[in-house]
Design a protein around this ligand. Structure first.
Ligand code: HXC
Length: 259
């Protein structure tokens, strides 16, 4: 890690879906750079295990609240209560996501709705709940949403997730414009396939699609969780203060085509 060790000292961050996968990498990096971090997700056993691991492996104390990003009341109360305990919110990372592989022809309306609800509506709920706190942030609130470059190309067999993630990107552009006068920056990071996550293990490896996916990545490998965490740090710290309403793609130059 090559950031100054105290880069995020005094910052307070919420990471949704921060117990597992990419979210956990982000939490660890923010915490190691001095931020206070609170995580929100649905399963208390995952939250408890993650908080124990952050303490034991990394020496960082992470707070948690059980919450479902689909339910605005749940998001409101988790956000409010974490903000009270941390003394505010400077950084919101909208990372919680749900996805599965299903040809659109076979996708049920409820399957479509569920993913739109988690990814897109969940991001909206979190941004609204955090807004009053982000307005009071120390040097400009930061919203960082996790999308994917497959939202730009179309995502065959995951059209529900592609549409939700494309919606997230457009939401960030709108918030950058509307909330910029509050000093809030709103951006998104578009990861490619990141090893050790459900996105790669369940949606690529378990489907026997590794070779086909890797052929589309000029850098030739899946990414590491820390690649995404480093991009979050850039956007969350003073280094990213004039960046808003835009994407950082961290995907090995993936060529998904227009398919
Ligand atoms: C078809 C499916 C399905 C599948 C669920 N559904 N899985 N349809 N194929 N494999 C349908 C169900 O039949 C149901 O519709 C509806 O979706 C809701 O399903 P539930 O299981 O009731 O929903 P829920 O328990 O809320 O679970 C949400 C979930 C689940 C998204 C379906 O997979 C989940 O909780 N995932 C969380 C973690 C996750 O997905 N992480 C990976 C994100 S990876 P009916 O009509 O039957 O009622 C990512 C980026 C990947 O986002 C990047 C790769 C490069």
């Amino acid at each position: 890690m090559s950031f100054a060790a105290d880069l995020l000292q005094g910052k307070r961050a919420i990471v949704t879906g921060g117990a597992t996968g990419i979210g956990a990498h982000i939490v660890r990096r923010l915490g190691l750079l001095g931020a206070k971090v609170g995580i929100v997700s649905r399963k208390e056993e995952n939250l408890q295990a993650a908080v124990n691991a952050f303490a034991a492996d990394d020496g960082i104390e992470v707070l948690y609240r059980v919450g479902d990003v689909r339910a605005e009341d749940s998001v409101q109360s988790a956000t409010q209560s974490l903000a009270e305990e941390m003394g505010g919110i400077d950084i919101l990372v909208c990372n919680a996501a749900g996805n599965f592989i299903c040809p659109t022809e076979e996708l049920s309306p409820n399957g479509w709705r569920t993913v739109i609800d988690i990814d897109l509506n969940g991001t909206f709920h979190c941004c609204q709940a955090a807004l009053p706190h982000l307005k009071q942030a120390n040097d400009g609130g930061r919203i960082i949403a996790i999308s994917t470059t497959q939202a730009n190309s179309g995502w065959p067999t995951a059209a529900h997730a592609g549409a939700a993630k494309a919606g997230i990107q457009n939401l960030m552009k709108s918030l950058a414009a509307e909330w910029g006068p509050y000093g809030i920056r709103a951006n998104w990071i578009s990861p490619g396939p990141i090893k050790g996550t459900e996105g790669v293990d369940r949606l690529i490896i378990a489907q026997g699609r590794s070779d086909e996916v890797l052929e589309r990545i000029p850098l030739g490998t899946f990414g590491d969780g820390e690649d995404i965490a480093n991009a979050v740090v850039y956007l969350a710290s003073p280094t990213g203060k004039y960046v808003s309403g835009t994407e950082i793609a961290v995907d090995g130059a993936a060529r998904w085509g227009r398919s």
